[in-house]
Write a protein that binds this ligand. Structure first.
Ligand code: UDX
Length: 439
């Protein structure tokens, strides 16, 4: 059993804290947001994540997991302090490090025994060194500490299994002994552990996310070419994926990547490159293609509904940036909804989970309680999130409810020929439509 403190109970911090507690450690989670801590003490989660509420409850009951707003209390017995505060996007795509700075300053002022500070937040390369400087400068009297970078690779919706069964643990530090102690903490996860220097570990996180985003933009570009040439991108991706050097993951064409990581991280990496006089041409193309995928949906709407969307009812099926989350950050639905709204359309939406978060992001949205109500009198149905339940819908009933049976399948959930048989005017992404209903 180790004593662990986690600073910041956002997505990453809460999952990290709850999982380390479940592995048998004593964990104190700290946040400066009083309401968030009060709610957590009452068992109310700040985010939707499958299994998280149960995991938190179990470990609070077992007296292994505690929540506080007090640094003094959180640091009293700590050996390891994870920094998992937010790093929102600042100007020019540069990460905003004000919360990391605040956490480092306060830890420095409050620490009275040696600590290992572990950075979980995605931070620009070089931040580990910067954090060490801040701590040194703000300590009232010198106390030993080391900084280790341990980037997270959690996906929303599967964050707990991702934490408990990672592909790898990356640790970076200039202090091999500290890195070794953090490695020991991760041994129960039974994944390969790679120890490297601080800056390389920080870079591994950016490079991994940028690579995955590149795969998505790559397949989206192929999808757009497939549309022109009459090929089916789903089959193309499947065929490509059998090559072991390529693999099947992250080759689903659609409305582009969203969420709290990919858009922010690709932009931040490009920005870091530019600041240092490099030209991140590929990263720029990845971002441009991603932005185009949203516009492409609106172009398809115009193709089918004519030049004006004025007064048309556009029904968005799925609002969250992906399935199994209520997260609306950088969700394609926002950009597409905004475009339609600007053109005078009535924008309606349904999502099984993202409701309040969706209304906050799109105050003009007419939210419905289910997919059939969404389709009622709609001029076009646009699929934006690949929720499993959407695949079980009675699509004949959906079609009957609509004013005009236009289906833009932004996630390629449905079989084009079946949808056309049902009488939909169907458009997928890269599904080889040649203008005459080829597929
Ligand atoms: C991602 C990384 O996977 C994770 O390692 C990192 O720590 C945080 O960022 P997340 O944002 O939760 O996780 O979602 P992910 O499942 O990776 O999907 C990202 C976006 O790409 C979503 O918008 C998803 O819909 C889209 N996507 C994913 C595609 O469009 N096509 C694909 O083939 C895969």
């Amino acid at each position: 059993m180790k004593n662990i403190t986690v600073v910041g109970v956002g997505y990453v911090g809460l999952v990290t804290g709850a999982c380390f507690a479940d592995l048998g450690n004593r964990v104190v989670c700290l946040d400066i947001d009083k309401e968030r801590i009060e709610n957590l003490n009452k068992g109310i989660m700040p985010i939707y994540e499958p299994g998280l509420a149960e995991l938190v409850e179990r470990n609070v009951r077992a007296d292994r997991l505690h929540f506080t707003t007090s640094y003094a209390e959180a640091l009293k017995d700590a050996e390891f302090v994870f920094i998992a505060v937010g790093t929102p996007e600042g100007v020019d795509g540069e990460a905003d490090l004000q919360y990391v700075r605040m956490a480092a300053e306060t830890i420095a002022q409050e620490m009275d025994h040696p600590l290992i500070l572990i950075n979980k937040s995605t931070v620009p390369v070089g931040t580990g060194d910067w954090v060490a400087d801040i701590v040194r400068e703000n300590q009232p009297k010198p106390v030993d500490f080391s900084v280790v970078s341990c980037p997270e690779f959690l996906r929303e919706g599967s964050a707990i299994p991702d934490f408990l069964h990672p592909d790898r643990t990356i640790l970076g530090s200039e202090d091999p002994e500290a890195a070794e102690r953090v490695a020991q903490l991760h041994l129960p996860l039974r994944a390969p552990i790679m120890i490297t220097d601080l800056r390389t570990a920080e870079m591994i996180k950016y490079a991994s996310n940028a690579f995955l985003a590149t795969r998505i933009s790559f397949i989206n570009e192929i999808a757009n070419i497939c549309e022109a040439l009459g090929a089916d991108v789903k089959e193309v991706a499947k065929g490509m994926g059998f090559d072991k050097r390529i693999g099947h993951h992250f080759l689903e064409a659609g409305v582009g990547y969203g969420g709290s990581c990919f858009p922010k991280d690709v932009k931040a990496l490009a920005h870091m490159a530019q600041v240092h006089g490099r030209h991140p041409q590929l990263l720029q193309a990845v971002m441009d293609i991603n932005a185009y995928q949203r516009k492409h949906v609106v172009i398809k709407l115009h193709e089918l509904l004519g030049d004006s969307l004025e007064g048309k009812v556009i029904a968005l099926l799925g609002l969250a940036f992906k399935q199994d989350t209520d997260d609306m950050r950088e969700a394609p639905s926002i950009t597409i909804g905004d475009y339609c709204r600007e053109e005078g359309a009535v924008v309606r939406g349904y999502d099984p989970v993202a409701r309040e978060t969706a209304l906050r992001a799109m105050p003009y949205l007419e939210l419905t309680d289910n997919a059939y109500e969404l389709a009622e009198g709609a001029d076009a149905l646009v699929v934006l999130t690949p929720w499993n339940e959407f695949m079980q819908l009675d699509m004949a009933r959906v079609k009957e409810a609509m004013h005009t049976p236009i289906l833009i399948d932004g996630r390629n959930l449905y079989e084009p020929s079946k949808m056309r048989e049902l009488g939909f005017q169907y458009r997928g992404i890269g599904r080889g439509y040649n203008g005459e209903g080829l597929r």
